[in-house]
Design a protein around this ligand. Sequence first.
Ligand code: B12
Ligand code: SF4
Length: 549
Amino acid sequence: MKIHPKGSQARVLLSSVFGPYAQDDKFGSRSINPMELYHNQVTRAQGSFSLRMFHRSWGIMMIQENISAPCSLLDFPTREAFARELTTNHYDIVGISSIIVNVGKVREMCRIVRKLSPGSVIVVGGHVAAIPGIEAMIDADHIVRGEGISWMRRYLGEDEHAPIRHPAIVSGLQTRVMGVRLPQRKGGTAATIIPSVGCPMGCNFCTTSAFFGGKGKFVNFYETGDELFDVMCRIESELKVHSFFVMDENFLLHRTRAMRLLERMKQAGKSWELSVFASANAIRKYTMQELVELGISWVWMGLESPSASYGKLRGADIGQLTRELREHGIRVQGSSIIGLEHHTPDNIAQEIEAATGYQTDFHQFMLYTPVPGTPLYQEMADQGRLLADVDFADIHGQYKFNFLHESISRDDSKRFLDWAFWRDFERNGPSLYRMCRTMLQGWQRYKDYPDPRVRERFAREVKKLGSAYNAALWVMEREFKRVNDSVSARIRNLRRDVEKEFPILARLTAAFLGPILLWSARREEHRLASGRTYEPPTFLERRNWSSAS
Ligand code: B12
Ligand code: SF4
């Protein structure tokens, strides 16, 4: 690859694709595809109890932090804001980050750059680059597959092997539940830490594994527990956080690194909370005590299907594992696939029952989806089973099949998916309630634990349970009577248990805050019913910028 003629003096604009996102438009926005993690694919059937928040575009934040060229970052721009930035400042390089669903927006952004800033080199990166034949769909100069920090460093003539500097990232923004926007105070939200990209397990449908090399491969930004510990200490003091969202596809798989991190945490008396992604086989490498001492408080686990044969599930009794984790205060987010090859209209209900029977705190359901770039996509293409007329904007696993399934029709795939979300909600109640249940279990088990770091963590978490969350339980108990009386009774029992632990504060908050929350939850239900959606704010951040002027 040729280095840019201006090297690290080149002025760079990095941008995510433009919004709005949660509405149908000709560029590929879809109302069912908001820029929200939980509401998009986890709690979307939970009405006003759905957990709502936005997440920044971490890939370009990582790139910006790791180049020495003057660089602006535009996150969630409107088309107008993107055009304005191109005309108010001169850019030698415009980098656009996108995933596959947003390829129509990338096409439009390339068109805008050519028109408004014809001298700029256009670089497109992120998962969109995995679309076969993308070169002919968009007018870009470089399409970058895989890891982007090293690519951009190479292109600017910088040292691609220099250590990775981690930006201080607040994980979620504008959190909203039951119609209330939670106050955004410093340290109140977890920091995102990205130790690696990719996953060596190489499941056939997995797009992140495939994009960074596939089976046996991944890219580590921080090899050792010591490196990770140092990064976390720096971010702890910059953002004043105790809690980290660890964005690593399979954090617990790397046991040596995790155990060294634990050693350092113990030496330094760090009472941190870690939310991680991990596969069942990786979790099984640890005792519950090790997980708890490491601060694991939330785990996102692929359950796929009770009859799936993925290596990561081999030998694991998922029901027992998810129960055990919850009994130790670890919130579990399960992820199940609808429409696997063995699914039929006759057995799918049974599989959904089994999945919801795990009673995880959160449950994501996704359609089995051959995504461009994955082994599954190739397999389906070879078998001639890909549906030709599906828009890329609709290939994301939350709408309908993009392939010919042996037993399930395209329309039924959506019906089964929607049913799974609804059944989980109806059978298990709002995730907010389930989280409270797990938090109480953790507190009761660990409040007298010998390690003060662990006691401190559970005490920190339970504070919310004894106050605001108890008011939320009071509301959920009332509102859920209309959905499922027996779940409402379970919520009531939990509320009583919380009130036994915190007799004064919990009761007072339920009595005073409860009615206000009830009013706001109902108002939110009305708003949602009338089509209200939420959009993230636009961010513009400059780095090394003064040297550019
Ligand atoms: C955070 C996240 C989100 C956030 C939003 C992020 C944002 N601001 O866009 C939320 C939760 C809102 C979200 C929503 C969705 N997401 Co999402 N999301 C993620 C997640 C969990 C982390 C992304 C991340 O930061 N990774 C870490 C960074 C460092 O990696 P990266 O982004 O890939 O960036 C690296 C390279 O790709 C490259 N790169 C990236 N951009 C650029 C730009 C340039 C110029 C260059 C040179 C290189 C480059 O360099 C980076 C460093 O190596 C990923 C899963 C994952 N593990 O990556 C899914 C993921 C990206 N999401 C995905 C999908 C499908 C969705 C949704 C459609 C929901 C759904 N149905 O699944 C919606 C779409 C919303 C919309 N309307 O656009 C898929 C994308 C699949 C694909 N092949 O396109 C992923 C991979 C999950 C998955 N396994 O299926 N998502
Ligand atoms: S274990 Fe999870 S992240 Fe890893 S390849 Fe399989 S699905 Fe992807």
